[in-house]
Design a binder for this molecule. Sequence first.
Ligand code: PLP
Length: 404
Amino acid sequence: MKNDDWRGYLNPVVRDMPPSGIRRFFDLANEMAGVISLGVGEPDFVTPWRVREACIWALEKGYTMYTCNQGLLELRNEISFKIENRYGLHYEPKTEILITVGSSEALDLALRAVLTPGDEVIIPEPCYVSYGPTTLFSGGVPVYVATSVKDGFQVTAAQVEKVLSPRSKVLLLCYPNNPTGAVMEEKNLAELAELAVARDLIIISDEIYDNLVYGVTHIPLATLPGLKDRTILINGLSKAYAMTGWRLGYAAGHPAFIEAMTKIHQYTMLCAPITAQMAAIEALRSGGAAVARMVEQYDRRRRLVVRSFNEMGLYCFEPKGAFYAFPDVSATGLDSEEFAETLLREEKVAVVPGGAFGPSGQGFVRCAYAASMEDLSEALKRIGRFVRRASGGRPAGQTAVAER
Ligand code: PLP
């Protein structure tokens, strides 16, 4: 190999991985003045004051060292208590819970702990942009299952069954869902659970949005018959507690999985930052009221966004969780990329093209409504103007909506 061909030294899986489609839009939006961003999947709220104060207190008292690899036992106790209290599921703090650097690390560890080269990971799409790349980095093979708006973006056991092969090992689920906001119905979950048991699948369940549901109940996968031992539950404080920058997540599951994940974590990460862990203890103890207030705000914004898109003639599926709306923009005659790029250029509103989340996202865009009511109202006004222009003055989707 010629010495100036440094890319030739790279692992081809990493070299050939395209950068995230979301990032490209952030970068474009950041270069322009006056942009309202509905692109980023992060709360516009600041972490509740008592949580920040707990961190300041920890620093003042000199808590600046490593913690044990698995994370502070006091924090694991709080997490165990929270899950048991809310869902009636018991996880032993000493052996069944691991504190990680964001739920992102927990997901990576879970995949690396269970996959051997060539094992297949079944991923319903559209999905969070990390799932495919993390699977590939772990030596696995992503097998995507298309979900559709007509099924409320819920994956069914029949769809999963169709793609099963002798190499199928993991079913990777995310409900409440990013990017669609879908929440699973109990009947669909029960059928998936039966299939997972019958076909001996491990479930990795990313439930980072479990607190953010509107008028429905979130059912954790591990509560379904036969699933507790075969499910690795992934969660974190980023979304519900407005703590994205703290990088604090966790995994809960059978001791065999947690022990294996802890081994990788021990050699690669050592531990999550102590200040974030101490803040998380406070968040879990006293943050409930702040979370409830934020959820109430998200719900108001959600209703405004969904109503506005439908009034523009762009059919918008009603999201029951997370903080994303996923309107169908095909009635404008533009594909998702064209819609997002032209909207950004002409009206300075950033949304993410649905295709960034998988082929079934084509024709849709993701709008994060974790923005202030003022910003949202202004953004929706600009989008409405853009849609009218793009549709030649007609209300965009009269036929498209009527057909549904
Ligand atoms: N999982 C999903 C579905 C997400 O949407 C995100 C962030 O957008 C993450 C995981 C990562 O969260 P964390 O900040 O805990 O790493």
